[in-house]
Ligand binder design. Structure first.
Ligand code: FES
Ligand code: FES
Length: 160
């Protein structure tokens, strides 16, 4: 099958890319467009490290044919990061030691972003359930949960 052109909105910018049939969004982001914050862990939908937002909803990009995001809005960690400084979620992960090797961090932050967009005041159990599809081999999860709680406070104008 011939290559095709897929157009979508990436981090607020119209983006056009020539792809082979059935290329995943993960491959396009990392290997064609150079957006390497989206990680490539298991590549089987099991670890969550490749999570991005599609129209505001978290999706594992390793299972998503890029054709499926045609005309949709895709957000990666690069799109969340301000030109200067850090997004409150990034700051909270940093200050709560929620990152060690960092491989899971972009996926965790994208899931947390979607959660806090939908529910600015999640309780602890809701955070745990939201992050259930994202694996971390380093932190034991507790600092990550604390970081999301902390980010929720920051985003709601509370003290860190
Ligand atoms: S790399 Fe996509 S879920 Fe693991
Ligand atoms: S910080 Fe290493 S996998 Fe989570």
């Amino acid at each position: 099958m011939p290559a095709t052109i897929v157009r979508f909105i990436l981090n607020g910018r119209p983006t056009e890319v020539m792809v082979r049939p059935m290329m995943t969004l993960q491959t396009v982001l990392r290997e064609v467009l150079g957006y390497t914050a989206t990680k490539a862990g298991c590549k089987q939908g099991g670890c969550g490290s490749c999570t991005v937002l599609v129209n505001g909803e978290p999706m594992v990009s390793c299972l998503l044919p890029v054709e499926d995001v045609a005309d949709q809005e895709v957000t990666t960690l690069e799109g969340l990061t301000p030109v200067e400084g850090l997004h409150p979620l990034q700051q909270a992960f940093f200050e709560n030691f929620a990152t060690q090797c960092g491989y899971c961090t972009p996926g965790m932050i994208m899931v947390a972003k979607a959660l806090l967009d939908h529910n600015p005041h999640p309780d602890r159990q809701t955070i745990i359930e939201a992050l259930a599809g994202n694996y971390c081999r380093c932190t034991g999860y507790e600092p990550i949960i604390r970081a999301v709680e902390d980010a929720a406070r920051r985003l709601n104008g509370g003290r860190p």
